[in-house]
Design a protein around this ligand. Structure first.
Ligand SMILES: NC(=O)C1=CN([C@@H]2O[C@H](COP(=O)(O)OP(=O)(O)OC[C@H]3O[C@@H](n4cnc5c(N)ncnc54)[C@H](OP(=O)(O)O)[C@@H]3O)[C@@H](O)[C@H]2O)C=CC1
Ligand SMILES: O=C(O)[C@@H]1CCC=N1
Length: 260
């Protein structure tokens, strides 16, 4: 089974590294191509995947074709490769393109999986939304879905929910990492080194995520209450964050993401 990536940017590279970590595909069964040889050749050298010299060659040589280009190039590339897609499975990670829009460009009904992964797939701790068409069945479906299951968690979603999923899970790592950086910068303000402050902040987020995910009946706000000792320092900090608009700034950020 061979898998090909058209577009070898941030997201494709993260997926490929996660697939290799998980031994889901041997590097020699992963084919890549993108616009600039200076992007895909060094990546192929570093990881052992196979660089080919056109998008059409990726589609010809592989069983599963992953469309991972910038949104503006997606339709052009689909038109370029559509004659090669019979008997293939197409996976699209294009944030803004629905399964129906893809089918309309291709013109025939081939198995399609729409996936919205996040960058954490590189460490096999990703969160990916999935949707498919009726043609994706049997072994082809099992293999396509497994491709994302080995990269972390998957969540089947109606396509109408992809925009909000993308804001929280797709863009989310940027917002969470921004928060980790803000916490660690505060640590630097009070004398910690950036390295130790970043590790302390990141471990704290990891611990809190673990507690929320493993709790039977406690909400995040229950944990907030548990940390806020009466008359203590946490409630003072929390109220100062709220005075600066913490919750509203998060919601406004997600509004802007969804509306884009
Ligand atoms: N980054 C993320 O966290 C997420 C991204 N996505 C989706 O993934 C897709 C890629 O995003 P991302 O990786 O961040 O973007 P990047 O800009 O990092 O990568 C885009 C890639 O597309 C390639 N490309 C552009 N035009 C063509 C073309 N005509 N033929 C072949 N390759 C082409 C570029 O080639 P070259 O490098 O050679 O110029 C580049 O490798 C987007 O559609 C985005 O919506 C979805 C979920 C999360
Ligand atoms: O910023 C973007 O458009 C993409 C979609 C989700 C994460 N990155």
């Amino acid at each position: 089974m061979k898998i090909g990536f058209i577009g070898v940017g941030e997201m494709a590279q993260a997926i490929i590294k996660g697939l290799i970590n998980a031994n889901q595909f041997d590097p020699s069964d992963i084919y890549v191509h993108s616009t600039h040889q200076t992007t895909y050749e060094p990546f192929a050298k570093e990881t052992g995947v196979v660089a080919v010299d056109s998008n059409i060659e990726v589609a010809k040589q592989t069983d599963i074709v992953v469309l991972a280009v910038i949104p503006n190039a997606a339709v052009v590339v689909l038109n370029e490769i559509k004659s090669q897609l019979a008997d293939k499975t197409l996976i699209s990670i294009i944030g803004s393109l629905s399964v129906t829009e893809i089918e309309n460009v291709i013109g025939t009904s081939i198995p399609i999986l729409r996936a919205l992964p996040n960058i954490n797939v590189e460490g096999n701790v990703g969160m990916t939304a999935l949707a498919d068409n009726d043609a994706l069945i049997g072994d082809k479906k099992a293999v396509a879905v497994k491709t994302f299951e080995v990269l972390g968690e998957v969540s089947w979603q109606q396509e109408s929910k992809f925009a909000i999923f993308s804001a929280i899970a797709g863009s989310g790592p940027a917002y969470v990492d921004f928060f980790i950086d803000a916490l660690s910068r505060a640590g630097v303000k009070y004398g910690l080194t950036k390295k130790e402050a970043t590790e302390i902040a990141a471990m704290t987020l990891q611990g809190s995520s673990h507690m929320v995910l493993n709790s039977k009946n406690q909400t995040p706000m229950d944990f907030v209450d548990a940390v806020c000792s009466p008359g203590g320092s946490t409630v003072a900090g929390l109220l100062a964050m709220e005075e600066a608009g913490f919750m509203n700034s998060v919601i406004k950020g997600i509004d802007a993401t969804v509306n884009r």
